[in-house]
Design a protein around this ligand. Structure first.
Ligand code: HMG
Ligand code: MG
Length: 311
């Protein structure tokens, strides 16, 4: 298999933790509902490829995201993956009850920097959704669960256009003050560019949010996800969200397409000499297999190049 020549760069993290979101962000946006057994095999194959954090599913309202309505069936099928972190999305206390009842110990709440997306995604204003998360985070922490706080629309919003940096920082700080262990900055519709990313990161640092607590979550709508990732790495970020094969989107954000493809990310990181623990061959084979299940080729350039998949 072709691999990139390793040419390390100065001043980048030695290791990057990939937060794999294909089974959640990817599959939540599929028109067809993927059978639970296929999802379970997908997560197992991702883990076998060396991914140590594999977001498994969401405990949201099944009518809002029918694609993930089988969370209760799926999560117990992953019980053998004791070495893998399996975070799940939880919007409210009802979701937390469902997740904790199954023994989940990594959860993620998901806020929005904009009012329009808060309404579309959570049926709440931004502040109402923060109030909804507060007891979720408090109870999760009391249960010693790890809590991730997603923040969507950090760089632009399909209804509101450009999103001021200070507006993003306010909600980010609220999530951190609530007790979130980490923050994932979402470019939900893929409109960010590298200096915008670095400006937001610098502003967050200025306001007391350390880079070590920040992950980046880029969708690749305009082909900027990898450039934006490199900009974040240059700032010191070492947690990067990606989705195997570039699956993904968000059913409640028009124009949200797939996430940064994990294979494209691993190719770049491997070339930079940055350790991820991921076996690119096994991962690519997984995405080719998943593309077969979904009946269409992966949008990832690396998957296509390595597997000679036709578009
Ligand atoms: P709502 O309609 O306002 O719900 O939805 P409610 O609080 O009024 O409750 C209504 C009924 O739903 C009640 O039942 C609740 O018990 C039930 P009733 O008493 O009428 O019989 N209910 C639930 N049932 C099961 N599980 C639950 C749950 N909650 C309430 N968790 C709600 C509010 C938050 C539930 C809804 O808006 C929702 O589920 N939204 C989820 C949307 C979603 O999952 N979006 C995709 C994930 S976000 C994303 O993709 C972005 C990200 O990738 C980052 C990025 O790219 O930017 C993370
Ligand atoms: Mg997303």
């Amino acid at each position: 298999m072709t691999l990139p020549m390793v040419v390390p760069a100065q001043d980048l993290p030695a290791r990057v933790r990939i937060h794999e979101v294909g089974a959640r962000d990817g599959l939540q946006n599929e028109k067809s509902v993927v059978p639970t057994e296929v999802k379970a095999e997908f997560v197992h194959r991702l883990a076998a490829a060396g991914l140590t954090t594999v977001e498994a599913t969401s405990f949201v309202h099944p009518k809002w995201v029918p694609q993930l309505a089988d969370a209760e069936q799926l999560f117990p099928m992953l019980g053998d993956l004791s070495d893998v972190a399996l975070p799940v999305l939880v919007p409210n206390e009802r979701g937390l009850d469902r997740a904790l009842a199954l023994g989940a110990h990594r959860i993620a709440v998901f806020a929005s920097a904009t009012e329009s997306f808060a309404k579309a995604n959570l049926n709440r204003t931004v502040d109402e959704s923060l109030a909804m998360f507060e007891p979720v985070v408090a109870r999760a922490k009391a249960d010693r669960a790890h809590v991730r706080g997603y923040l969507s629309m950090c760089f632009g919003d399909p209804w509101e256009g450009a999103v001021p940096v200070q507006q993003v920082v306010r909600v980010a700080k609220a999530l951190m003050d609530m007790g979130c262990d980490e923050l994932s900055l979402g470019d939900t519709i893929g409109v960010a560019t590298p200096a915008h990313v670095q400006t937001l990161l610098a502003e967050l640092n200025e306001e007391g949010v350390p880079t070590s607590a920040i992950g980046v979550h880029f969708h690749d709508t305009y082909g900027q996800a990898l450039s934006n990732t490199l900009a974040a790495l240059q700032h010191g970020v070492s947690t990067v969200d990606a989705s195997a094969g570039g699956l993904g989107g968000c059913p409640y954000a028009k124009s949200a397409t797939g996430n940064l493809a994990t294979e494209d990310l691993v190719w770049m990181l491997q070339g930079l000499g940055i350790d991820t623990g991921v076996d690119l061959g096994l991962l690519t084979a997984t995405s080719v297999w998943m593309a077969d299940q979904l009946g269409r080729p992966s949008p990832s350039r690396t998957v296509r190049a390595l597997s000679h998949q036709e578009s």
